[in-house]
Design a protein around this ligand. Structure first.
Ligand code: DCP
Ligand code: MG
Length: 357
């Protein structure tokens, strides 16, 4: 079997670059895209000029303002970013259908079939990046490797405007010096925990035994062990249209106690939220269904004001739907909650309120 060639493409300072492109006066300047209100807003992203001051995504606007008082603060224009994202996807499709989009500005492409004696994977990546530039006027960075997470690490290594390859001959050298927080899947919390344990780089991770890692990080221990060694999946999850995300539970005996049932509903809301969050999705319709002890199915649904994904928002709607659908003194054997009207989230780790308040 031939070794896979995976490209990870990621736009440089995406929202900020779009603003600089559309408004030439902003070019070369520290541009910060983010929330409206000075007190409650957050930074979606910052141009590379602004990053020099330490400004970064998810930072409160107020902090960004302190670090970079001459920064130019602009409001996000999500519709425009979506439009460009669609143009970029068209370009990807002209190369391959094996595309796994991760968000508006990044995707994995499996280009194994396109590589041959005449055309290297680096040349293909460069060609995609130059197509993107020609079509949109925007720069991107790409990473190429034999699996997904290494391609992602590679695309981030020399940003902006870079094309970086990780292969068997340089993989350990690169991973050994990689700060632990740069490993895909290591979020802020895990990073803190690792730093506290003295694990600062991929090298520190490499010298921990699998058992140790499993002991300290549970199920993820094995994946961390593999990540320190360049081992990861090369299978793309080619996107299909997702219509809804739902979870349900069948009780082992019929239940009638509201508090008990609501506790289960809250758990289910959390699970739905996690699923949506993993895929950067949100939805506008919440449905609660129940089945009575006599196997009658009932459901109620409700439209939300804005696309939601947080468990407390889902539960908020689910809670009132439950009270509409559940009849007093009729025990139920099953309860489920579903979020539909799914759309892609345009901002991470925050709700639309963070921008608009
Ligand atoms: N984004 C956001 N909130 C975050 C992170 C990102 O709203 N916490 C948005 C703004 C970014 C876009 O998603 O422009 C893409 O995210 P990236 O992580 O790829 O960051 P950038 O493209 O801005 O910069 P980089 O050059 O580091 O990829
Ligand atoms: Mg990006």
């Amino acid at each position: 079997m031939m070794e896979k060639r995976i490209i990870h493409i990621d736009m440089d300072a995406f929202y900020a670059q779009v603003e600089q492109h559309d408004n030439p006066e902003l070019r070369g300047k520290p541009v910060i895209v983010g929330g409206r209100s000075f007190n409650r807003g957050v930074v979606a992203t910052a141009s590379y000029e602004a990053r020099k001051f330490g400004v970064h995504s998810a930072m409160p606007t107020k902090t960004a303002h302190k670090l970079c008082p001459d920064g130019i603060f602009v409001h996000p224009r999500f519709e425009r970013y979506k439009e460009i994202s669609a143009q970029i996807r068209e370009i990807f499709l002209s190369y391959t259908e094996l595309i796994e989009p991760l968000s508006l500005d990044e995707a994995y492409l499996d280009i194994t079939e396109l590589v041959n004696r005449e055309t290297s994977s680096r040349e293909i990546a460069l060609s995609i990046q130059s197509d993107i530039f020609e079509k949109t006027g925007l720069t991107s960075s790409s990473g190429i490797s034999y699996n997904k997470y290494l391609a992602k690490i590679a695309s981030g290594m020399n940003k902006p405007k870079a094309t970086t390859v990780i292969d068997y001959n340089n993989v350990l050298e690169i991973l050994h010096v990689l700060p632990i927080g740069k490993f895909p899947g290591v979020g802020k919390v895990t990073e803190e925990k690792m730093l506290g344990m003295g694990i600062k780089t991929g090298k520190d991770l490499y010298y921990l035994s699998k058992n140790d890692l499993i002991l300290k990080f549970g199920k993820r221990g094995e994946s961390l062990y593999n990540k320190a060694r360049g081992i990861g999946t090369n299978e793309l999850t080619v996107q299909r249209e997702r219509k809804s995300v739902g979870k349900e539970t069948t009780f082992n005996y019929d239940r009638n106690d509201d508090a008990e049932i609501l506790a289960v509903l809250e758990e289910l809301s959390k699970k739905v939220s996690t699923r949506l969050d993993d895929r950067q999705l949100a939805g506008r319709v919440v449905t609660v269904k129940i089945k009575t002890g006599g196997f009658e199915a009932h459901s109620r649904q409700m439209m939300t004001m804005d696309p939601i994904f947080k468990s407390e928002d889902i539960y908020h709607y689910a809670y009132s739907l439950y009270h509409e659908v559940k009849e007093q003194d009729v025990p139920i054997r099953l309860i489920g909650v579903t979020v539909s009207g799914i759309e892609e989230r345009l901002y991470r780790n925050m709700t639309i309120y963070d921008f608009i308040m």
